[in-house]
Design a protein around this ligand. Structure first.
Ligand code: ATP
Length: 319
């Protein structure tokens, strides 16, 4: 049994379906990143996993439990970090953590948790006096103090400084190593690429791609060779030789839509040599997850250009 199972759920917020046929699974010891543009349905999905919203169609299970109908049984095992803290403004950081720890049968020592999120020095500070990033860190501590089996972190690094981001990434990696199932939503695609075993990209309430970051980048045909040479090369002729598209993306800067295999590099340098053209620089590259994301999601209000479904998830076909 997967730690989290989401099967073809439809979730309404008002008359509109904010989530419209989303499926994925998350195993223990895995990190899944839910990505998507603003309004895609990430928080709606997360709130459904937390039992705060109920799907009108489909099925959700967390540790085999229905999060809405079996909320009380699930809560001790689920650590959730909401997008907004929801903490009483006058409460002190350590007090809030102690309070939440007291609800759990076997909590982690609150002092240690505060230390792990780099907030020991603010233990006595009131919530309202914490900076945005510090509030985020405290929310993360609140999600972890009950020693959960499944952790859901809604934008865990939003507003957190670069060293805090590293800390959160390390923390997520530690949780995975400890065998927890970790689901994060994020707009930080570099973060998703670094920490996630599986990425699910949703747009307008539907899954447009899922798979490991590497699978997605491979499936999107994301390899390229970049090189510098004199401006105005005959890219059509070079493209014919290489049997792929060649673009001059800036004067004297070229991108070949091909993997940097020895034979492709050989063909490219051979063509330049034949035409007595100098090679200024040569880089083998891979597009980032951000490139893939932008290709797949609706950033202009038009229909997504490419749809990839690279991995075993979702199990059921998307509608
Ligand atoms: N309380 C609500 N009442 C009605 N509609 C809502 C409510 N909350 C969200 N929505 C709508 O549901 C859709 C999905 O919103 P959701 O918050 O799940 O998106 P998201 O992917 O988390 O976005 P973001 O990246 O901006 O946080 C949006 O169209 C949003 O306007």
């Amino acid at each position: 049994m997967a730690a989290v199972e989401v099967d073809d759920i439809v979730v309404h917020r008002g008359p509109e379906a904010a989530v419209d046929g989303v499926s994925f699974q998350l195993e223990r010891g895995e990190v899944l990143a839910l990505l998507g543009p603003n309004g895609a349905g990430k928080t709606t999905t997360v709130e459904t996993l937390e039992g705060l919203l109920t799907p009108t169609e489909g099925r959700v299970r967390v540790l085999g439990l229905d999060p809405a109908a079996e909320h009380a049984a699930l809560m001790p095992h689920l650590g959730a970090m909401p997008q907004q803290g929801g903490v009483y403004p006058g409460a002190r950081a350590r007090e809030v953590l102690d309070l939440v720890a007291a609800f759990h049968a076997d909590p982690a020592p609150p002092g240690e948790v505060l230390e792990r999120v780099g907030l020991s020095h603010k233990a006595r500070a009131e919530w309202r006096t914490l900076s945005g990033g510090e509030q985020q860190r405290l929310s993360l501590a609140l999600a972890l103090v009950g020693r959960p089996d499944v952790v859901i972190l809604d934008e865990p690094t939003a507003g957190i400084d670069p060293s805090g981001r590293l800390l959160v990434r390390q923390l997520i990696a530690d949780l995975r190593t400890a065998g927890l199932a970790v689901l994060i939503t994020t707009h930080d695609l570099e973060e998703a690429e670094k920490v996630a075993d599986c990425v699910v990209i949703i747009d307008r309430g539907r899954v447009v791609a899922s798979g490991s970051p590497a699978e997605l980048m491979r499936a999107a045909g994301s390899h390229e060779i970049r090189f510098g040479a004199p401006p105005g090369l005959d890219t059509a002729a070079l493209g014919k030789t290489l049997l792929v598209a060649v673009d001059e993306v800036a004067p004297g800067e070229y991108v070949v839509a091909a993997e940097a295999t020895p034979s492709n590099i050989n063909a490219l340098t051979g063509w330049l040599a034949t035409h007595d053209l100098p090679l200024a620089d040569l880089r083998a590259g891979r597009q980032s997850l951000e490139d893939v994301f932008l290709r797949l999601t609706t950033i202009t209000g038009e229909t997504p250009v490419v749809r990839v479904d690279a991995a075993r998830r979702p199990r059921t076909p998307q509608r």
